[in-house]
Design a protein around this ligand. Structure first.
Ligand code: 9Z3
Length: 281
């Protein structure tokens, strides 16, 4: 299982290394879950629909990147996200022809399907569910990207739990509801330092900072940069995350505001330029 997983990533990267100037982005997306029991009935979830990650993947693909998409099982998927929001319309527009083949009578859906088909071979999608699974797979993908050097970008949009229950402290069976429950959670080891300084030390690393208090957003982004020494932190507030983000580097803060289009279009075009600069530095 582990070997198959590593083989698939290494083959994807090896193909990319051979193509001159080919860039590869690892996009993480969706929220982790932390089991509270070994035979788990209950979980601690981090909120994330995966929309940011899925739409960002589309933008990286449009700009010629190959993409490894490490996403929470069941969260948004590139190209499907926009269909999912219109599921009824999608089904109503399906037409079964005389030859038994199904087509869709809607220009927007057809375009999305065509886009997906065009980029399918440049996309490697990998799923996670728990925090442990996410961290294990993140490490393996980052290590596999190393041969690409500066041509690799790591874009950490997943919402990762800061707390977890270690395996040896998990009750085996379902916690009984006969009494109240007191939980002791341990702090998740900070993985960003590992990503930036070891696993993907030679890549262009973009992390995300999610806050709900506007007053601390910029300082928290700056703190993450100085703690981990990576290239970019994208800051966003939960309520306004699709309208405004800030792109923070060691020398600048750039505000990005959405127009009528998805904010990911502007965000990824800025990051594209920064990655280009990073590669020539
Ligand atoms: C983000 O900040 C993403 O932009 C969102 C996107 C999760 C808010 P959606 O998936 O939302 O479109 O619904 N991701 C990072 C969240 C996070 O957990 N960041 C950690 C932190 O802020 C650092 S890794 O401390």
């Amino acid at each position: 299982m582990e070997k198959e997983f590593i083989d698939s990533i290494e083959a994807f990267v090896a193909d990319s290394v051979k193509i001159p100037d080919q860039k590869v982005a690892l996009v993480t997306s969706g929220g982790t879950c932390v089991p509270l029991e070994k035979h788990a009935v209950r979980y601690l979830e981090n909120f994330s629909t995966g929309r940011r990650g899925a739409l960002s993947v589309e933008q990286f693909l449009t700009r010629g990147y190959k993409v490894i998409f490490l996403y929470r099982d069941g969260s948004c998927f590139p190209y499907l996200t926009q269909m999912k929001n219109n599921q009824e319309k999608f089904l109503k527009n399906l037409i079964v022809g005389r030859n038994g083949r199904t087509t869709i009578d809607d220009h927007n859906f057809t375009k999305l399907i065509e886009e997906y088909k065009k980029h399918e071979s440049s996309l490697l999608a990998l799923k996670f569910m728990t925090l442990q699974e996410y961290l294990r797979k993140l490490r393996l993908v980052c290590l596999a990207l190393q041969p690409l050097h500066k041509r690799a970008a790591v874009y950490l949009a997943a919402a990762v739990s800061d707390f977890y229950v270690p395996d040896d402290k998990l009750p085996l069976h379902k916690i009984q509801s006969s009494e109240s429950l007191a939980l002791t959670l341990e702090r998740t080891p900070k993985m960003l330092g590992h990503v930036a300084q070891q696993w993907a030390f030679n890549a262009f690393v973009v992390s995300f900072k999610l806050e709900t208090d506007e007053n601390i957003l910029i300082s928290k982004c700056r703190l993450a940069l100085s703690n981990y020494g990576h290239q970019v932190v994208v800051g966003n507030l939960l309520e306004t995350r699709y309208n405004n983000v800030i792109i923070v580097t060691s020398s600048s803060v750039v505000n990005v505001n959405a127009t009528s289009e998805n904010i990911e279009i502007k965000l990824i075009s800025q990051l594209y330029l920064m990655h280009e600069q990073f590669m020539t530095s």
